[in-house]
Design a protein around this ligand. Structure first.
Ligand code: ATR
Length: 260
């Protein structure tokens, strides 16, 4: 039996096992997917299990997406651009790191028929998932990316990686078509202290639990289209699954029910 894991800290909230085990069963694959909480000093030992083929694939979540890089041999272009790994596997004698958050973000938007081509995007936040979102948006041909983060220095760091983006001070609101909340505000029911009173725009929140953050609730009341990060999450898992198992698992009503 093959073994797959998601590693992170904390990890108890992760829905990855539900999703992957559902697809493994559907596709008659003799494997199991579990979540494991690790400390940073346990990362190398865990990846060694992949090296000696005790296990077959690892998903990586907060706070290790960057920290695992030093234990990996080869990387995809997405990892080189974002410094972020969420999927690890072995190919030949090499441990390979890939980042399916990039494709996950794009496929989620396409599923929802949100088109970013020639659009102006305003990103709030500069945390772990933001490089993947920027890379994805640029590859889809958006017109402009504005980015604002409470801690300005973190936004400036991203500007060094992606020269195309324009950094704004926290509280400054540009003219935009789509705004993306990539901060952690909303996870615990809090609200962003920004004056975003616009209508007929698209408001996207990377958070999918709760399904509707205050950011999205207010946006809907003001007459905007809203979207949460659930499909991004499902599609990043879908892409990891297809790398490990050579099957692209179906995303249908049954899968979406897992999140009800
Ligand atoms: P990490 O920064 O470790 O990658 P994250 O959860 O991915 O963690 O990112 C948290 C994001 O939410 C950051 O952009 C953070 O802003 P700071 O860089 O200023 O910390 C943002 N954030 C968290 N609490 C916030 C708040 N009350 N108001 C505005 N932004 C907040």
């Amino acid at each position: 039996m093959k073994k797959f894991f998601v590693i992170g800290n904390p990890i108890s909230h992760s829905l990855s096992p539900e999703l992957h085990n559902f697809w493994l069963k559907k596709n008659n694959i003799d494997a199991i997917y579990e979540k494991v909480k690790l400390e940073e000093n346990e990362l190398k030992g865990f990846i060694d299990k992949l090296r000696n083929e005790e296990i077959h694939g690892i998903n990586v979540t907060v706070p290790f997406k960057n920290k695992v890089i030093k234990y990996i041999d080869k990387f995809s272009l997405e990892v080189e651009t974002t410094d972020s790994v969420n999927t690890i596997y072995k190919s030949g004698n090499d441990i390979i790191g890939h980042n399916t958050d990039v494709a996950g973000f794009e496929l989620g938007l396409r599923h929802s028929k949100i088109n970013v081509l020639h659009k102006s995007i305003f990103i709030l936040g500069a945390g772990g998932v933001v490089p993947s979102i920027i890379y994805s948006l640029l590859s889809m041909g958006c017109k402009k990316i504005f980015l604002s983060n409470r801690t300005f220095a973190k936004a400036e760091k991203l500007k060094k990686k992606f020269d195309e983006i324009e950094i704004l001070k926290w509280g400054e609101i540009p003219d935009f078509d789509i705004v993306i909340n990539a901060t952690s505000v909303g996870l615990l029911g809090d609200s962003l202290d920004l004056n975003l009173k616009v209508a007929d725009k698209i408001f996207y929140d990377v958070i999918y639990n709760p399904k509707e953050t205050k950011f999205l609730k207010k946006a809907k009341e003001n007459g905007n289209k809203i979207e949460n990060g659930q499909l991004m999450f499902i599609y990043q898992a879908n892409q990891s699954f297809s790398i490990w198992n050579n099957v692209i698992p179906k995303i249908d009503g049954e899968v979406l029910k897992i999140f009800k």
